[in-house]
Design a protein around this ligand. Structure first.
Ligand SMILES: *Cc1c(COP(=O)(O)O)cnc(C)c1O
Length: 362
């Protein structure tokens, strides 16, 4: 029998979450953002649930090839554009749309021999200060692209730094509008938090990432139930062994947990080498047979310990839900586990380890 840990990718949840993005941006086209191997879900496994999108946005050329290999003939966008001139050949061959965020990418386009007019997303740095042209440089980049025979269409694009938080997007929207007011073409502004929290902003193409996978971008201010989202990934395993502890007994490496009185713990076949965060300390939430309890002691490479004291019916072979859907309609949002580990749902999904077998289910 294989080690009992496994992950599930829920196609129906992906589709319903994506529909939530559509409802939040009814006039927009929706990119399903599938970078980082569909946020750890696997592009091939997530494809069925996300094929209702208007296009797929990603970073990696190999991932773009995988989307085309699945039979997707619609739009595919490279969010960081090309990394070297020859990437443009793949863009021409596979009809990939690509972001342009720096001058040398325009130079490469100008030198590219192609029969296909390219669709580019011209990226503005409106305040995030990662990628893109700011202000006047944006306008001259637009003019340069517009004059190139290789370029057929230019969509205006920017990215929000604070759509999920108190600073909001107004300062970036103002910078964007100031530089683009008289430029023709479609706009692409909103990420998941932009769609959910700032539905009023004009964005002809929204870029829905995390919401499709069932994590709230603004947790803990709002949880997935608030936004009408469901987990698209379940990580589950089983109890391998139990231990009866007396007051003063300790658990795991470093003896970081000491039992205050008699207690029963379960040892679960899941550790940081499976992608469960080692930073999740004692008290991190977990479900056993669909009932909520908490971890105790340090997470080790292959195992972690949970408190079974209040759950006498649970023991060896009980189902442990690390995040996602549990038995009997129970559910543990990945955001709660992430919070216990001092991180965000995005990081946990993306870190699901290759050694965990994954199955796509409805
Ligand atoms: C990753 C990414 C997104 C998606 O962000 P979410 O917060 O996951 O919705 C949107 N736009 C760009 C440019 C990105 O890199």
């Amino acid at each position: 029998m294989p080690r009992p840990i496994e992950a599930l990718v829920h196609s129906g949840a992906l589709a319903r979450n994506l529909a939530r993005a559509r409802a939040g941006a009814p006039d927009a086209q929706v990119w399903a953002v599938v970078k980082a191997n569909a946020y750890g879900h696997g592009i091939e496994r997530a494809y069925d649930g996300l094929r209702g999108a208007d296009g797929f946005a990603l970073l990696d050329l190999a991932e773009a090839e995988r989307i085309r290999a699945l039979g997707w003939r619609g739009p595919v966008l490279l969010l960081e554009g090309c990394f070297e001139p020859r990437d443009l050949e793949l863009c021409s061959r596979l009809n990939l749309w690509h972001a342009v965020h720096q001058e040398r990418q325009i130079d490469w386009l100008a030198g590219h021999k192609t029969q296909h007019g390219h669709h580019v997303f011209l990226k503005m740095n409106s305040g995030m200060n990662r990628l893109g042209f700011a202000g006047a440089a944006y306008r001259s980049a637009w003019a340069r692209l517009n004059a190139l025979p290789q370029v057929e269409q230019i969509t205006l694009m920017t990215h929000f730094s604070d759509a999920d938080g108190p600073r909001g997007i107004a300062h970036q929207v103002a910078a964007f509008e100031a530089a683009t007011a008289d430029l023709p073409g479609e706009r692409s502004l909103a990420n998941s938090a932009g769609v959910l929290r700032h539905g009023g902003v004009r964005s002809d193409w929204v870029r829905a990432g995390i919401l499709s996978y069932g994590s709230a971008p603004d947790f803990p201010e709002h949880d997935i139930a608030h936004w009408g989202l469901e987990p698209a990934m379940t990580l589950r395993s089983r109890v391998l062994a139990t231990q009866q502890l007396a007051a003063g007994d300790t658990v795991g490496y470093g003896s970081s947990y000491t039992a205050a009185g008699p207690m029963r713990i379960g040892i679960v076949a899941c550790g940081y080498a499976d992608g469960y965060p080692r930073h999740a300390g004692t008290g991190s939430p977990v479900l056993v047979d669909g009932m909520r309890t908490a971890t105790v002691g340090r997470v080790s490479m292959d195992m972690l310990a949970i408190d079974l004291t209040a759950l006498p019916a649970s023991g060896v072979d009980s189902i442990v839900t690390l995040w996602g859907h549990g038995p009997g309609g129970s559910m543990l949002p990945i955001d709660e586990v992430a919070q216990a580990a001092g991180t965000i749902g995005y990081e946990l999904m993306c870190a699901l380890a290759p050694r965990v077998p994954v199955t796509a289910v409805d």
